[in-house]
Each structure stands twice: as structure tokens, then as C-alpha cells.
Ligand binder design. Structure first.
Ligand SMILES: [Mn+2]
Length: 242
């Protein structure tokens, strides 16, 4: 269905009421895809943090979510892979945005190329504390308790978790992709890995079992609006300008 069509990949938008300009840029970007793109893959960290359906009530998010919905109605397929800050994204978000929420990893085949999509926190992280936090924050019990908390508390906890994660990241040098983890993915038969999480546009070539493979990392939207485009069998890193 997606063969020979233009596909676009983004991640780490970190939409936040604190940065309305970023939301406006994101909405313009979505509108620019109408009529020329078959699918948009959002590889996590769409929101700076997410506290469940209460978040849908924020005007900033309403605008972005209805822009996603418009794009979906125009015929562009939108897929979302959860990132480390996408707390408890749920069915309601799926209905309102028109996005299909996928698991943490997704396999995509384009013109015979087997692509592994993931947010990246399992193949591009160096610290030891983070995986524990990640498991805890994603456990069903935790999610259940979290769901019962008042919105204000949820917001505070999410902000705190975010700060912890930022502190951890600030304290270490990003090593980027963990090569043996990427190699393990390639040994499973994938040709290309696309991920976000490290907030930097890059293309890394890795040799596994005598074959060259590519890892594309997507940039964040803090200053510019980077995206990876697949078209006519070729990947290209591009920047959206309003
Ligand atoms: Mn991020």
C-alpha cells in the first residue's frame, strides 16, 4: 500500500503550552503534507509530557490534535510510536487525532527494504537509571494508580519525571546509538533503523555480518523542524520551513 509513495518520519516534537511557536510550526508542517504524502510516522515524544486525557483539554494540544485529525481525514495515514515521555497515550487520543498508536517497535517494509522503527530509548541510551524508571512508568499497576490521581498531581509527577530524565541526560555524554544493540536488530533481518530520542539528525553506517546497514536518527523540533523523507527508494534528511 505504501510502496513507491512519499513517507515522512519525525520525532521529538515535544509540544508544550510553553512553546506555542513550535505548535504553530507543527500544524503548518502537517498541513504541508496534504495531497503529497502517503504516511506520516511519529516516532515518539510528540508531547513534552503527557498526563492522559486531561491533557486533551489544553487548548494548545487541541489545536495540534485537530490538525492531526484533519490530515488523517485528508487521506494521510498517521502512525505513532510511543516515546519515553509519552505517558499513557490512550484510545481517546487515537480517536481524536486519527493517529494509529503502534507498539514500541514497528516493522515497515518499503520497496523490499525492511525498516525497524522505534523511539530509540532501547538502542540509544547509555545511563543505567533510566531503564528502571521506564519499566516502572509503563507497568500496568503504575498506570492504574496514575489514572486515579488528580490532574494537578499527574502534571506535577510528569514534570518531575521529565526533570529527572533531563538531569540524567545532562550528566552524561550522549553516546548516540549503542552499536551492538543496533547490530542485534540488523541480525534479525532489518536493513534500516529509524529512531529519535537522541535529538540529533544523523545517518550512521554499520557493518553487520559483512553487510552495510544504515541507522537514521531524527532531530528534535527545538529550533528547526527536521524530518526524514522516503521517496523513490531514497531517504533524505530535510527541514520544514514555513
Ligand atoms: Mn525526546
Amino acid at each position: 500500500m505504501l510502496e513507491n509513495k512519499r513517507i515522512v518520519f519525525i520525532s521529538d516534537i515535544h509540544l508544550s503550552p510553553e512553546f506555542p511557536e513550535r505548535t504553530r510550526k507543527f500544524i503548518s508542517f502537517l498541513n504541508s503534507l496534504k495531497g503529497n504524502t502517503a504516511a506520516l510516522y511519529i516516532l515518539g515524544d510528540l508531547f513534552d509530557f503527557w498526563i492522559g486525557e486531561d491533557h486533551l483539554k489544553l487548548q494548545e494540544h487541541k489545536d495540534a490534535i485537530s490538525a492531526l485529525n484533519n490530515l488523517s481525514k485528508s487521506g494521510v495515514l498517521i502512525f505513532f510510536i510511543k516515546g519515553n515521555r509519552d505517558f499513557y497515550t490512550d484510545k481517546k487520543l487515537e480517536w481524536q487525532s486519527g493517529m494509529k498508536i503502534l507498539g514500541e517497535n514497528h516493522s515497515l517494509s518499503l520497496d523490499g527494504t525492511k525498516i525497524f522503527l522505534t523511539h530509540g530509548d532501547t538502542i540509544a541510551i547509555a545511563d543505567k537509571l533510566y531503564p528502571t524508571f521506564r519499566r516502572l512508568s509503563r507497568s500496568k499497576i503504575c498506570a492504574g494508580i496514575f489514572g486515579l490521581l488528580p490532574a494537578k498531581t499527574k502534571y506535577r509527577l510528569a514534570a518531575k519525571a521529565r526533570k529527572t530524565s533531563m538531569d540524567i541526560n545532562a550528566g552524561k555524554k550522549h553516546s548516540g546509538i549503542v552499536k551492538n544493540k543496533a547490530a542485534a536488530v540488523f541480525r534479525k533481518g532489518f536493513d534500516v533503523i529509524i529512531c529519535g530520542h537522541i535529538h540529533k539528525v544523523s545517518k550512521l553506517k554499520l557493518e553487520t555480518n559483512g553487510l552495510m546497514h544504515a541507522v537514521y536518527t531524527l532531530g528534535d523540533w527545538n529550533d528547526t523542524a527536521p524530518y526524514l523523507q522516503y521517496s523513490g527508494g531514497v531517504f533524505r534528511n530535510l527541514k520544514f520551513e514555513i
